[in-house]
Write a protein that binds this ligand. Structure first.
Ligand SMILES: [Zn+2]
Length: 178
């Protein structure tokens, strides 16, 4: 599971770096003088995105562990904090926490344009590989033409569902190994 932990955290660091980089552009930096008119939209969008992700982790953690003190550390340490505060809770809550962290890892990747991350997941309905990312729907669609819903449309999964299946497999492996 360690691989997934570091992935979500690493991606968050990258996003944060991207924000900081855009933030620094502006008057006074001669190298990027021609860009000073429109540096804001990207950085504000990324900042909003990061804030929303952090808020979700904090709320989720404090709902599971109400006695946890507010998070005050640097942002990328957030996932570690969430784990620390909930590591004595039952397996169901630990699984919910890992599912959230893993899903955010996928979201961070997609936010950075790395949509290929979804291809590491089999389709939850038919098990075939090769999901395709549909940006407008914000879902991963199955490429198997026989894998359709009641309306005859391709199954398309939110990241939440892919994360749920991925982490459920890990927890099943872990509990059968002990
Ligand atoms: Zn499928």
């Amino acid at each position: 599971m360690l691989g997934d932990d570091t992935t979500a955290e690493r991606r968050l660091r990258l996003l944060q770096a991207e924000f900081t980089q855009h933030e620094r552009r502006g008057p006074g930096d001669g190298r990027t003088a021609t860009r000073t008119e429109s540096p804001a939209p990207v950085s504000v969008g990324v900042l909003d995105y990061i804030n929303a992700a952090a808020t979700e982790v904090i709320q989720h953690t404090r709902a599971a562990a109400p006695e946890a003190e507010p998070y005050a550390g640097p942002l990328p340490g957030l996932y570690e904090w969430a784990r620390e505060k909930t590591d004595s809770l039952d397996a169901g809550r630990q699984q919910a926490r890992e599912t959230l962290i893993y899903r955010q890892g996928l979201e961070h990747a997609i936010e950075m344009g790395e949509t290929g991350v979804i291809r590491k997941h089999p389709c939850p309905a038919c098990g075939c590989w090769g999901l395709l990312w549909r940006p407008a729907a914000h879902r991963a669609a199955c490429v198997n033409r026989y894998c359709v819903d009641d309306d005859g449309l391709s199954h398309a999964w939110p990241l939440k569902t892919l994360a749920h299946h991925h982490i459920a497999r890990q927890f099943a492996t872990k509990s059968s190994a002990t």
